[in-house]
Design a protein around this ligand. Structure first.
Ligand SMILES: *[C@@H]1O[C@H](CO)[C@@H](O)[C@H](O)[C@H]1NC(C)=O
Length: 151
């Protein structure tokens, strides 16, 4: 059972990694937020991460800086200390300063930091992730052969 689960997990990674992502990101208030932090931002009243202030759901990514530490504007350039999360599907996720969001320069390999339409960022994560994916494929193959011989 344990083996089957990890095989499923590996295949899941492969599917995720090989999916081509579009560079036009729909305007959603959760842009720039890492998946593991989404629950934190789903409350009606949200605290700035360092506890200095509170803000409402409507103030999240509204392009106005409410938290001195940038908690409320991960996806816009409004707060100088904000951090933007790039999903970079096909490669590794990364963070950049939110001040680089919509600044006309493509920073994330998935192009998600430039969503206002002024520049069109090519999707380059696939190239960046290719090497990692090849080695993963080999691992899966070895793993599957291992299962086969066990039977
Ligand atoms: C929160 O962070 C900001 C920016 O670094 C700082 O100015 C402020 O004093 C901090 N507040 C607390 C309560 O730590």
């Amino acid at each position: 059972m344990k083996q089957r689960l990890s095989l499923m997990y590996l295949s899941f990674i492969l599917i995720i990694s090989s999916r081509e992502s579009s560079s036009s990101i729909p305007s959603n208030s959760f842009i720039g937020i890492p998946p593991q932090d989404e629950d934190y931002f789903k409350r009606e009243i949200i605290k700035c991460k360092n506890g200095s202030k509170k803000f409402t759901k409507a103030q999240l990514n509204d392009d106005f800086c409410d938290c001195p530490d940038g908690t409320d504007e991960p996806g816009t350039s409004a707060c100088p200390l904000g951090k933007f999360y790039c999903k970079n599907i096909g490669h590794a996720p990364s963070f950049l300063y939110s001040s680089r969001v919509n600044d006309g320069i493509c920073d994330c390999c998935d192009g998600s930091d430039e969503y206002d339409g002024k520049v069109k960022c090519p999707y380059t994560c696939h190239e960046a992730g290719k090497v990692a994916m090849e080695s993963l494929k080999i691992k899966i193959k070895v793993y599957q052969e291992g299962l086969f011989y066990e039977e």
